[in-house]
Design a protein around this ligand. Structure first.
Ligand SMILES: Cc1cc2nc3c(=O)[nH]c(=O)nc-3n(C[C@H](O)[C@H](O)[C@H](O)COP(=O)(O)OP(=O)(O)OC[C@H]3O[C@@H](n4cnc5c(N)ncnc54)[C@H](O)[C@@H]3O)c2cc1C
Length: 478
């Protein structure tokens, strides 16, 4: 990597060369434009924006390959960026250099409906892909809360999950193959050249290696994704609880009854309050916690499953209602879909920040985690709203703070550290779906032990110059 004294000169030369080899309009160096690329959704970037030196807007794989090859020759960092909805600072160019804005590579290349797959460019927005697929009766099932903003390339790079991970798994479960630009600028295809098979045992699983690699091992330029038929109907069960402990028990009892809901979401009392302030017409009843169970499938099966869940959960909850009537189902689900946006409402003039926002704990420890989150918030004198994907133990505490108050900022950082350590103490992980990025590097050694060294060896093998998204996962040490 270039040193600080000659960085500016090198970056001017790199920008000039990229303008010649791509086109002038695809290379941005205006400070005002670069500023827009200094942030993602993380609290970290709000506190410490990281400005790139150059932004490249590729229009084809060849542009990405050229850019990475030029970066390798000049040994300057390259950070891929989708829609920058990441909450962990993953797309921030920590050491400056080039940001590759992948959002213009947003086309469906081919729908192969007969073979249940679609080939897309990485910059396509998740909701746009599903709107396209819906016209053909198909769906790409991973379902992050950021669906209307995030790119599919970003989802694969972060191995995103979301509300329906219990039944449908992670984004990675739907990736059949990838086109990737390596750190040398070479382009490879994983998942068997020209294959339209839905599974393969051929060779090492390179596709899986790039899934969740957060832009550290290569830049994804095309994706072959598995799709499934859209489930024709949905049902919902809403259960109110007076005791947090009963929420975990009711989830286990549901699964043991042989039912696999498409989602089970929890709102604690603070999240219920937030939803009611944000959308008073939803009128959620007050409770220690609410669980929302979603079932999907054919109409007779969803009615059976919703009724059965209501029976099982009724043993633990103070009140249960269920419906398969589309309007009521949508109304019940609205409470969950607005909770992220609603969080900021619990404290006028304050903002919700993403810090310690993505722990994942064993199912049996969810009530303990929820209680400790509340207690940790009280001890640090913070307002924190908590909700999450209870069936996978993935909890999203949402601190709501005055970001202009340095004392509160310091307290929220302490809170986030305590929450990350809580997750590990309870036998979980510091991130269930948002990734490591910049904000969780400190926990990697404790979480992975010697496996972190193997990850570093892989990184050095695929990116010997350390130009791809440097400063992440291993910190400065790579
Ligand atoms: C309101 C809100 C709700 C959210 N809900 C969820 C949720 O339910 N589940 C969930 O999992 N996440 C969620 N997220 C987090 C985030 O939206 C996801 O991680 C998303 O997949 C990131 O996509 P992106 O396009 O914004 O990627 P970015 O933030 O731009 O990038 C994320 C990472 O991917 C890398 N990257 C991006 N594109 C490429 C590429 N083409 N090749 C290689 N690397 C690349 C970047 O370098 C970076 O490390 C949420 C975020 C917000 C703001």
């Amino acid at each position: 990597m270039v040193g600080p004294t000659d960085t500016a000169a090198v970056m001017i030369a790199v920008a000039a060369r990229l303008r010649r080899e791509l086109s002038p309009a695809q290379v941005l160096t205006d400070p005002a434009e670069l500023l827009c690329y200094s942030y993602d959704a993380s609290f970290e970037s709000m506190l410490n924006p990281r400005r790139p030196d150059v932004v490249v807007l590729p229009a084809a794989t060849a542009d990405v390959a050229r850019t990475v090859a030029v970066a390798a020759q000049h040994r300057v960092p390259v950070t891929a960026r989708g829609a920058s909805t990441g909450q962990a600072g993953g797309a921030l160019p920590v050491h400056g250099g080039i940001v590759l804005d992948m959002s213009r590579l947003d086309q469906v290349v081919e729908l192969d409906a007969e073979n249940l797959q679609v080939i897309v460019q990485p910059g396509i927005v998740h909701a746009d892909l599903n709107a396209f697929l819906a016209r053909h009766g198909l769906i790409f099932p991973p379902d992050p809360g950021s669906s209307r903003m995030c790119t599919v390339g970003g989802m694969v790079a972060n191995n995103s999950r979301g509300m329906r991970a219990l039944k449908y798994g992670s984004t990675g479960d739907y990736v059949l193959g990838l086109e990737v630009v390596l750190a040398s600028g070479e382009v490879i295809t994983t998942g068997s050249l020209g294959s339209r098979a839905l599974q393969s045992s051929s060779g090492l699983e390179l596709t899986r290696l790039f899934v969740g690699s957060e832009g550290l091992l290569g830049v994804i330029t095309q994706l072959r994704l598995k799709v499934i038929p859209v489930p024709p109907a949905k049902g919902m069960v809403m259960a109110l609880f007076d005791e947090l402990e009963q929420t975990g028990r009711s989830v286990v009892a549901t699964l043991r009854a042989g039912i696999l809901p498409s989602a089970i979401e929890i709102l604690d009392s603070s999240a219920i309050q937030a939803v009611n302030l944000y959308r008073p017409q939803i009128r959620l009843p007050s409770a220690e916690a609410i669980l929302l169970y979603e079932v999907d499938g054919n109409p007779p099966s969803i009615a059976h499953d919703a009724e059965r869940i209501a029976q099982v959960v009724g043993l633990f909850a103070s009140r249960v209602e269920w419906s398969t009537e589309p309007k009521r189902v949508a109304a019940l689900w609205e409470a969950r879909s607005v909770v992220g946006a609603a969080s900021g409402q619990v404290r006028p003039g304050a903002a919700r920040v993403y810090a310690g926002e993505d722990i994942c704990v064993p199912l049996a420890r969810v009530p303990e985690a929820l209680r400790t989150i509340q207690e940790t918030a009280r001890r640090n004198d913070l307002t924190v709203v908590t909700y999450g994907h209870i069936a996978t133990g993935n909890l999203h505490p949402a601190p709501v703070i005055d970001v202009a108050n340095p004392d509160e900022v310091a307290r929220v950082q302490l809170f986030a550290d305590e929450i990350h350590r809580l997750a590990r103490r309870l036998g979980g992980t510091v991130t269930g779906e948002h990734g490591v990025g910049l904000t969780r590097i400190a926990y990697m050694r404790e979480e992975h032990g010697g496996a972190l060294d193997v990850m570093r060896q892989l990184k050095r093998t695929l990116d010997p110059l350390g130009i791809l998204n440097p400063g992440k996962l291993f910190g400065a040490d790579c």
